[in-house]
Ligand binder design. Structure first.
Ligand SMILES: NC(=[NH2+])NCCC[C@H](N)C(=O)O
Length: 317
């Protein structure tokens, strides 16, 4: 399998700066353990607009949305082109808003196929500008991919301009819905707000919580998740490092949450899903070395996961 690393150093969808440096922190983690990983695989850099952070005039319910839209559109194109060339894109991003770009690119490459999403994260990221408590777009990528605004739980009065840009976010590559709610499975979500809880309940999205995975068994849960996604033709895995336990691993991420997975569980979950042979793209997000008070621990742990899952991807025909 021809692997292509896509480096997307963008942090403008987050509320805290520094996840744009996560990609380089992982690369330094590799260098420090004398790994050849980053010289072994071909890579591409996605053009960024992190300077948009200096623009103080941004809409508070979807901060820097015009730049996030551009970023997702560019990333989508990188992913789509690589998939069409039969490459396996491993996307290394900053903040999680990027996932909308990646999902759009997968859909763009496979417009007539059903796309499944395995979302490994402490957060549900299913807010829209109408429900977001923070206005940070890294909390919104799944809502855009689903094309679901959740107006029943609206708390924000959104400006016309933001509403128009949000519509464009929902229409990257192909108009509207990229993924059906029944084709999304969460792992490790444990920090949500009320509008998200209502939406998850309404859309009936399954969340394999950390305790459930440990109690019922990881293999049982992953097999069940794959069974749920059995009607999907292709699968995308989104790995947010805050799905891992911040006390055990590291606080080097924008929105750390305790009681998460360890890296061995993450490796097993991802590898078992890759073994289904349906996975076409994997993404890593939210490593923030500026917030890490254990040196570069988060990036080192993320790189450990990256190395192990790449071995599994290498086995694909
Ligand atoms: N990808 C992330 N780290 N998302 C965190 C989102 C936190 C919170 N739910 C918000 O919308 O602001």
């Amino acid at each position: 399998m021809a692997i292509k690393i896509i480096k997307n150093r963008s942090d403008i969808g987050a509320g805290t700066r520094g996840s744009d440096m996560g990609v380089d922190a992982m690369e330094i983690a590799a260098i420090n353990k004398t790994s050849e990983y980053f010289s072994k695989y071909e890579f591409e850099d996605v053009l960024t607009e992190n300077e948009s952070i200096y623009n103080k005039v941004n809409n508070s319910f979807a901060k820097r949305i015009s730049s996030v839209l551009n970023q997702c559109t560019r990333l989508s194109n990188h992913v789509k082109v690589n998939l069409r060339q039969k490459n396996f894109p491993i996307v290394l991003s900053g903040d999680h808003s990027s996932a909308l770009g990646t999902i759009s690119g997968v859909k763009g490459a496979f417009p007539n196929q059903r796309v499944g999403v395995v979302w490994i994260d402490a957060h549900a990221d299913i807010h829209s500008p109408y429900t977001s408590p923070s206005g940070n777009i890294h909390g919104m990528p799944l809502a855009a991919a689903l094309s679901e605004d959740n107006l029943e739980a609206q708390i924000n009065e959104v400006s016309r301009e933001t509403a128009d840009l949000w519509e464009r976010m929902k229409n990257i590559e192909v108009p509207g819905t990229k993924v059906l709610a029944e084709d999304i499975v969460y792992f490790g979500v444990r920090d949500t707000e009320e509008p998200e809880d209502k939406q998850i309940e309404k859309l009936d999205i399954k969340n394999y919580m950390v305790a459930e995975v440990r109690y019922r068994g990881l293999e049982v849960c992953v097999n069940e998740a794959l069974e749920r996604l059995s009607d999907c033709d292709v699968i995308y895995i989104s790995f947010d490092v805050d799905s891992m336990d911040c006390d055990m691993i590291s606080y080097g991420t924008g929105t750390p949450v305790p009681k998460g997975f360890d890296q061995y569980e993450i490796i097993q979950i991802i590898n078992k899903i890759i073994q289904s042979k349906k996975v076409v793209c994997v993404e890593f997000v939210e490593v923030n070395p500026l917030l890490d008070f254990k040196g570069n621990k988060m990036a080192e742990t993320a790189f450990e996961v990256l190395e192990e899952i790449t071995k599994e991807i290498e086995k694909l025909p």
